[in-house]
Write a new protein. Structure first.
Length: 435
């Protein structure tokens, strides 16, 4: 039995070395007087390379809502991320597997990611979003749940039992099931199953949750190695461990060391995060992780946060925010986000952003987009999503270019100064605009 386990690990590690690698291309500290850990790099996968830092648009159900996969390639997206939980429920991982894997299923030829379903432990269990608007220094409860939400997931040491948001049926996710689902989905990069806590959980619960996530990570590695050998007809899939620990420095550093000890191909930085502490937490984690492995910051999509996280050492990012904002009529601009449905844009015949090279800005006016939203036309979501995704992808391209050029901090100051200058215009994307 031991000999077989050694053989499995040898096969897996050999595939990882020969088929996928991460290389650091330039370090922020090499081109500026700084101790920050930011860098550029290259992730190589069977379906192509990802130049980092990079934003990975989210196609939850094997689609970026309202946009063709071909359009995502045209606007510069290097990879796409889908959600294992949602694809497990619809259409089912066996269907995606029969299609030849996630990329074949959705006609996307580039690299793909899937998350583990761990975030649903938070979103289904307590109903909160990624960054929580709460006072984490005073409120503590392990039975917390968002107002107006029902608890749809329950965690134990073996896994999570949850209720389908589609039909109310009950399902069970364990580390092994998460790995089986993600192997069937066939993404190039998959994540270990983890528990995502809230900032309102007690310190005691955070410690117990960290132990649980570490135990689950070890089970994921074992199952991943078994499946890699069993499914040798498929390309090797990188498995990345997820670092939790909430807002506690000692827990974050401990979790990073624990994940590093398991030989993961890369790492995710997860959990509910306070916006003001984002850079500090990413820096704690990246100081502990091996430099020769990529680091993905899960669920972060605010333009300002990219600069903060990149300089702290994060390499890749994913978030639904650009497309979700777009569908609600909020568009991104160098001077801040604004609502295209507002009255001033009814007769504005210029593009969303005259500095933008996206398909939408080259061909359509603010007045036309305003009309589409007012008429409830589906094309409104397509055109605004193309713009928002291109805005973020292009921003990350410019951040990446600024590091070896020694211009990162100048670009950061220029962009942030302009993007945040007009507080009245740069309104929250959660607001509802009306004419």
């Amino acid at each position: 039995m031991l000999a077989k386990q050694i053989l499995v690990r040898a096969v897996c590690l050999n595939d990882a070395v020969t088929k996928q690698t991460f290389t650091v291309d330039a370090r922020l500290a090499d081109h500026a007087q700084t101790t920050f850990l930011g860098r550029t790099g290259t992730i190589s996968t069977p379906h192509g390379q990802i130049k980092t830092p990079a934003f990975i648009p989210v196609g939850t159900l094997a689609t970026v809502k309202a946009v063709l996969p071909e359009s995502m390639g045209d606007l510069g997206a290097q990879a796409l991320l889908s959600n294992a939980y949602h694809l497990y429920l619809q259409p089912g991982p066996e269907v995606v597997d029969e299609a030849g894997g996630l990329g074949e299923f959705m006609n996307w030829s580039g690299p793909t990611f899937t998350d583990s379903g761990g975030f649903q432990v938070l979103s289904l269990g307590v109903g909160f979003k990624k960054i929580l608007a709460m006072d984490s220094t005073t409120v503590r409860s392990d039975e917390v749940i968002a107002p107006g939400k029902d608890r749809m997931a329950h965690v134990d040491d073996d896994g999570v039992t949850f209720k389908s948001h589609i039909d109310g049926s009950m399902h069970r996710f364990t580390p092994e099931i998460s790995m089986q689902v993600q192997h069937q989905l066939g993404a190039d990069i998959i994540f270990a199953f983890d528990e995502c806590t809230t900032l309102m959980n007690t310190r005691d619960y955070q410690e117990r949750s960290l132990e649980r996530t570490f135990a689950w990570a070890k089970r994921c590695v074992t199952e991943h190695e078994r499946l890699t050998l069993e499914r040798s007809h498929r390309p090797y899939q990188e498995l990345w461990g997820v670092v939790q620990g909430a807002q506690y420095e000692d827990l974050r550093r401990l979790a990073a060391r624990q994940m590093a000890s398991l030989g993961f191909d890369g790492f995710g930085i997860g959990g509910a995060l306070e916006k003001d502490a984002l850079g500090t937490i990413v820096n704690w984690v990246c100081e502990e992780l091996p430099e020769n492995k990529p680091r993905h910051l899960l669920g972060i999509g605010d333009p300002i946060d990219f600069f903060i996280a990149v300089e702290a050492g994060a390499d890749t990012f994913d978030c639904v925010a650009p497309s979700r904002m777009a569908r609600n009529g909020t568009v991104l601009h160098p001077d801040g986000r604004f609502h295209i449905t507002n009255a001033p844009y009814k007769r504005d015949f210029g593009p969303i952003d005259d500095e933008c090279d996206c398909y939408t800005c080259l061909n359509y006016t603010r007045a036309y987009l305003h009309h589409l939203f007012k008429a409830h036309e589906r094309l409104s979501a397509t055109l605004t999503t193309i713009h928002n995704e291109r805005f973020i992808v292009r921003l990350m391209d410019r951040i990446r270019a600024s590091i070896p050029a020694g211009e990162f901090f100048e670009f950061k100051a220029e962009f942030m100064g302009r993007f945040t200058a007009d507080k009245n215009r740069n309104t929250s994307h959660d607001a509802i605009a009306s004419e």
